[in-house]
Design a protein around this ligand. Sequence first.
Ligand code: CTP
Length: 245
Amino acid sequence: RKAAEAADLPQKARYTPPWADMSIIGIAGSSGSGKTSLAIEIVQSLNLPWVIILSIDSFYKSLTPEQNALAHRNEWDLDSPESIDFDLLVAKLLSLKQGKRTDIPVYSFQQHQRLEKTVSLYSPHIVVLEGILALHDPRVLELLDMKIFVEADADVCLSRRIVRDVRERGRTIEGTIKQWFRYVKPVFQKYVEPQRETADLIVPRGMQNKMAIQMIVNQTRQILKEKSIKHNAELERLGQQVDIY
Ligand code: CTP
């Protein structure tokens, strides 16, 4: 553009392709409330290409050897906002929004560490962003098209978490319960629950709530339809052929 100005050439109108106009649905809620299951249910119900689930768990910070030893004894806080690399999350969301191929970290719950490998995401139209603190960071909130808070009884959450942590995350029953009462529960009260205030929609009973899922799916389709109308109008206004490749 600067070169065009310098050469005194007519400036070309700017066109933003539809895939750069990615929509993000944020799902927050207690650990074990069923955020992942709700996200999967939304993706399946939408039944559209280019819809992906991005877990904020991928953005846990790696721990020092000392912190790691404490985490293995369930004596390290992995729930407060400081445990998440929100700067990196925001950078990756912005990169995806620009339609760029983006590498996402892979996190190991067994090792409490980010792994060497990454996964690449490329131009999704819809990202379902799920995590206990999905509605916490103001920069993330700015980027969200829909804000959802999932609710479930604390005893349901705890029992689900014990089963999952023992089966999938290499934990013991005693360790999971210790971590719950020392960190997960107090941090839920301090940071997770207040996100209800920010939510557009509070979903009781998670993925069992078919009515809520239908509303989310309808609203998402509406968002996509409006974007499509906007892009078509923009193309017409520009009155030029745009190659899509
Ligand atoms: N956590 C952990 N060890 C780590 C990192 C995180 O035990 N090294 C725990 C944190 O204590 C936090 C939880 O992981 O409470 C976040 O994941 P959670 O919300 O439980 O899982 P999801 O599958 O994202 O959500 P849901 O259970 O609602 O489906």
